[in-house]
Design a protein. Structure first.
Length: 369
């Protein structure tokens, strides 16, 4: 199963990767969203030279080879690029076996519960609560996440009083029969995070995500130990040494790797396994409706320590216009559950029109190296 070619099709926001083998297999993956045109260059400069012509039967070994060859470039872009090739190879493995990736990983599930995830801080508490109600009626969501504080906010709210008001308004509007989660995006020092955490507990919020700057592991652990609700984090992390610190020191109650930031399914499985051995659940971060949510659904359906629900962005084309026309079939939510396609590989087709209009199309084959 040798890799014959690696192609990227990309614009500023989304980059798809097509991998073909010498045996004629074809698989599709995706690099991480945002600056995807830059990331796609990394695919060809830093990933392809070590992957082309190599046997892709053992994805863990291939991943190790690439990262060792590029040990002088340990940054985020390398992992974001690696994800495109890794996920395309998982698509091929699934197709060769005649199974979905979830089934290939051992899952027998055909759906997975999701929480409706808001990405907005520019929305008033009243508007947020109103759209949650409408979405609950339309899709049957039973869990919702909204934003508190300001992103990397140094204890400053998005505007004065917003956090207190949105926590109160969403709970009172939706009632006690829904699960509520919040995301602080590195907003607080420990003292302020604990203060906000007590407010969250008073209103029955069960999940407090990234309360402190994510690189301040001791701060996050201090908050976790002071509160009774679940503190989660890890979406930004891709270094296995850091993950070992997070898991072994029990910095959080729930680990939240992002498949695209981690470098793909293969490395994310390593994090989930380490967390499983420590008795910690894994709830993936997947904050848009590109392929990252599909990857995450297959992954969480198969691991032994999934969290209660999968993140599912509620932001449409008015907020993320670049999500339009990426692949078919699209996502289907029924009674608060994402339906998993029982088709080989990822079970989707990248839209031909999108590919034709991609800003960059680059193809290298193994003979070049």
């Amino acid at each position: 199963m040798k890799i014959a070619s690696i192609e990227t099709f990309t614009n500023e926001y989304v980059g798809f990767v097509r991998v073909r083998t010498v045996d004629g297999d074809e698989g599709w993956g995706q690099v991480s969203t945002y600056n995807a045109d830059i990331t796609s260059q990394i695919v060809h400069r830093h990933i392809a030279p070590h992957a082309l012509g190599q046997d892709a039967s053992d994805l863990k070994a291939l991943t190790q080879t690439v990262l060792e060859r590029e040990h002088k470039f340990p940054g985020s872009y390398l992992y974001r690029a690696l994800c495109g090739v890794d996920t395309a190879l998982w698509d091929i493995h699934g197709k060769r076996a005649g199974k979905s990736v979830a089934s290939l990983l051992g899952s027998t599930r055909n759906s997975f519960p999701v929480y409706a995830s808001s990405m907005r801080r520019d929305i008033t508490p009243e508007e947020e609560a109103e759209r949650f109600v409408a979405l609950r009626e339309q899709f049957g969501y039973r869990s919702f996440k909204f934003r508190v504080g300001r992103e990397c906010g140094h204890d400053v709210d998005q505007w004065p009083g917003r956090t207190e008001e949105i926590v109160k308004r969403v709970r009172e509007t939706l009632g006690d029969d829904v699960t509520l989660l919040v995301d602080a995006n590195s907003a607080y020092t420990p003292k302020k995070a604990i203060e906000v955490g007590h407010l969250l507990q008073d209103y029955g919020i069960s999940h407090f995500e990234e309360p402190c700057p994510y690189w301040e592991l001791d701060w996050t652990k201090e908050v976790k130990e002071a509160l009774d609700l679940d503190v989660s984090g890890g979406e930004q992390d891709n270094n296995m040494v850091v993950w070992e610190q997070i898991i072994q020191n029990r910095v959080v109650d729930i680990v939240q790797p992002d498949i695209c930031y981690m470098g793909g399914i293969t490395r994310s499985l390593d994090v989930a396994k380490r967390a499983e051995e420590a008795g910690i659940p894994c709830t993936l971060h997947c904050a848009n409706l590109s392929l990252v949510t599909l990857f995450s659904a297959h992954f969480m359906a198969a691991i032994n320590n999934p969290g209660k629900y999968l993140e599912f962005s509620i932001e449409g084309l008015d907020y993320y216009p670049w999500q339009a026309g990426l692949f078919k079939p699209g996502y289907e939510i029924v009674d608060g559950n994402l339906i998993l396609l029982d088709k080989p590989g990822w079970g989707i087709e990248i839209d031909p029109l999108w590919l034709a209009n991609a800003d960059y199309q680059v193809s290298y084959n193994a003979s070049r190296f």
